[in-house]
Design a protein around this ligand. Structure first.
Ligand SMILES: O=C(CO)[C@H](O)[C@H](O)COP(=O)(O)O
Length: 228
């Protein structure tokens, strides 16, 4: 495994979440977009639905918290069954303490950066994390166009991770599709969130396999890619 595909349920039918999880069987993780209508201008789901979904699927849950006060809420998503919890650095009061708490509770700790947030001020935090998420659209909605101007940030982040000798994953989220995934992989991403590009197709599970194969053609030889 040198590339992971995490379908985003933001593009799924929320009335049929268990079926929609089944529709992407074989995906590495299910990406769960938690939005509070404050940190982003959209509202999705919370702890009780994550709890139910974790019982309904064997695919591990990758919860992306686009919410205010993640210091208070993130630990509850671990307790609800998430295997990975991502908080936004722009919203966290104490990101190091929060990452340590997520890990101590048994989940992978991940931190997200909005498009206008640079990575450089957070270089020293990298060893506290299992994954870094670089948003390639403004968070809030699926189906937006991929922001090419994020590619240099992905590249710089991968260089920082390598320089620190870390094994952490680098996730991209927003506008990831067959047209953009190779550019992301070439820049250094190894975990790919895709919503509309997966759920908008006839056979979402086949699309997951095709996207993974496409990314792995780029990451296969890379020592940094997940699973190496
Ligand atoms: O976090 C998100 C939006 O804030 C979604 O995960 C993301 O936009 C995925 O949707 P798409 O692949 O259609 O862009």
């Amino acid at each position: 495994m040198a590339a992971q595909i995490n379908p985003s349920i933001l593009s799924a039918d929320f009335a049929r979440l268990a079926d929609e999880a089944e529709a992407v069987k074989g995906a590495d993780w299910l990406h769960v977009d938690v939005m509070d209508n404050h940190f982003v201008p959209n509202l999705t789901l919370g702890v009780p639905i994550v709890e139910s979904l974790s019982r309904a699927t064997d695919t591990p849950l990758d919860c992306h918290l686009m919410i205010e006060d993640p210091d208070r809420w993130a630990p509850q998503y671990v307790e609800a069954g998430a295997g990975s919890v991502t908080f936004h650095v722009e919203a966290a009061a104490a990101p190091v303490r929060l990452a340590r708490e997520i890990r101590a509770k048994g989940a992978r700790a991940s931190m997200a950066l909005k498009p206008a947030t640079p990575i450089e001020p957070y270089e020293d935090l990298l060893p506290e994390l299992d994954m870094l998420l670089i948003m390639t659209v403004e968070p809030g909605f699926g189906g937006q166009a991929f922001l090419d101007i994020m590619l240099p940030k992905i590249r710089r982040t991968r260089e920082l991770i390598s320089r620190h000798g870390l094994q952490m994953w680098l996730q991209v989220d927003g506008g990831v599709s067959a047209e953009t995934i190779e550019r992301c992989a070439e820049a250094g991403a190894d975990v790919f969130v895709a919503g509309s590009a997966v759920y908008g197709t006839e056979d979402p599970a086949a699309t997951v396999r095709a996207l993974r194969a496409q990314a792995e053609r780029v990451t296969a030889g890379a020592a940094w890619a997940c699973g190496h």
